[in-house]
Design a protein around this ligand. Sequence first.
Ligand SMILES: [Zn+2]
Length: 105
Amino acid sequence: MSEHASSRLGADDGHLDGNAAGGLLRELFAVDVTAADATCASCATTGPVGALVAYGHRMGAVLRCPRCAAPVLRVVRTPTGHWLDLSGARVVRVRALTDAAPPPA
Ligand SMILES: [Zn+2]
């Protein structure tokens, strides 16, 4: 079965949501990437990285589209560095600071 062949992601297949990879992504980026919007290259669904479906979490993670199950983002930590594959994302938008909610008064 190819990575694109799994049609639906079941609730009992051991996956977590994309927020499970937040700590790993914070090692790589100065911004919280889980709040960025990613557009799936396969089906064009757009949503927060934190809403993607995450598999694995020890050395890395594969974050899949919740609609079509295609891999959108892959990140792996090795002794020599981090590897980030965004080939499954048509585009990733990191919101400008002005889009963020104002700090509490
Ligand atoms: Zn998709």
